[in-house]
Write a protein that binds this ligand. Structure first.
Ligand code: KG4
Ligand code: ZN
Length: 332
């Protein structure tokens, strides 16, 4: 079964053709980082305008790369939230128009659901229940996934998402946007124990909090003086990253223990982080838990994950109407 996935939830225009929820035939992404970099974050209006320009070329490219025609598709899966409303509108309107003109079924996919099932792309192993940690620029949450469509939230961030903290610290240090990849790189040459940044473990809860850590980095930079930052940026990056990773790994470990579930998926943009991937694998070994994560290229936003989740919807006969509307806020 071939599904075309479309994701325009944030600042990447992406389209992908996936077979049977796992095999990626194409995954085209038009990245907008260059446009937003000078503002230190995403400018929603610029993002929507760029999606309008890129949606058709990206979809066209993904069909050509997959070597298929419209008639070969069983469904078109589109991300309808959560995300930036103007950006979501472009993808949803485009997908609805495609379905209207071709008669192909429309499938509505929650962006977070896409991230959950991205861990199974290119691997055909989906056994329930499992714990899913989603760490991205907009979300940091733990779910128990009992079956396809049966999700239970175990914890979520009470303030900033982990990726948001990476982006804000990066801006503070003058390292540009997005912050995750650059801090990841700098941290590999710094001392993670150089500065003792706080870890908000929030005992008795699987919630997260990263705003205190962000403020601690800000206070440290102010105290030391911006002029001294150049020599210390590797240590700041490594110490900040250690604080984020310690909390994410510890909380996942708590969730494994509390729910007595030994299977975990890690996904979202921050799941591309080299230290987090390493530490999560080590924790899995210690706890004898199975840790699944997507390839690094499939952690950040992509449409293959939307097509994968769309496949499971279609298998259940869950098709959307052409009156589908996007939602900026859309719980899983
Ligand atoms: O999943 P994603 O592409 O978009 C959202 O749904 O938010 O995640 C983007 C986030 C950004 O905050 C970016 O800084 C972060 O993922 N990120 C990373 C890394 N690569 C991307 N964070 C830490 N380490 C990385 N290597
Ligand atoms: Zn995302």
């Amino acid at each position: 079964m071939l599904i075309l996935g479309i994701d325009t939830s944030c600042d990447d225009t992406s389209a992908s053709v996936v077979e049977d929820g796992t095999t990626i035939l194409s995954n085209s992404i038009s990245n907008q980082s260059e446009i937003h970099r000078k503002y230190g974050g995403i400018v929603p209006e610029l993002a929507s305008r760029r999606h309008i320009e890129m949606i058709w070329p990206v979809v066209d490219e993904s069909l050509k790369t997959a070597g298929i025609q419209w008639k070969d598709l069983s469904g078109i899966a589109v991300c309808y939230g959560p995300g930036l409303i103007g950006s979501l509108l472009v993808g949803c309107s485009f997908a609805k128009a495609l379905c209207y003109s071709t008669g192909i079924p429309l499938i509505a996919v929650n962006h977070l659901e896409g991230h959950v099932f991205s861990a199974f792309l290119e691997k055909n192993r989906l056994s329930f229940p499992f714990i899913s940690l989603i760490v991205s620029g907009g979300h940091t949450c733990l779910y128990q996934i009992d079956d396809f469509g049966v999700y239970r939230e175990l914890g979520r961030t009470r303030d900033d998402a982990a990726g948001e903290a990476y982006d804000k610290v990066s801006k503070l240090l003058g390292l540009g946007y997005p912050g995750g990849p650059v801090i990841d790189q700098l941290a590999s040459r710094g001392n993670p124990k150089a500065i003792d940044f706080p870890r908000a473990y929030l005992p008795d809860s699987l919630d997260f909090s990263f705003s205190g850590l962000k403020t601690a980095v800000l206070n440290f930079v102010k105290q030391q003086g911006v002029a001294n930052m150049e020599q210390r940026k590797h240590d700041i990056a490594a110490s900040f990253q250690a604080a984020v990773v310690d909390v994410l790994v510890r909380k996942t470990e708590w969730a494994i223990k509390k729910m007595c579930i030994g299977r975990v998926t890690l996904s979202g943009g921050v799941a591309a982080n080299s230290e987090l991937r390493k530490r999560m694998k080590e924790m899995g070994k210690e706890r004898e838990a199975e840790i699944s994560m997507p390839a690094v290229s499939l952690c950040t936003d992509n449409a293959a994950m939307i097509a994968a989740a769309g496949y499971y919807h279609l298998k259940k006969g869950d098709v959307a109407g052409l009156d589908l509307n996007p939602h900026a806020y859309l719980p899983l």
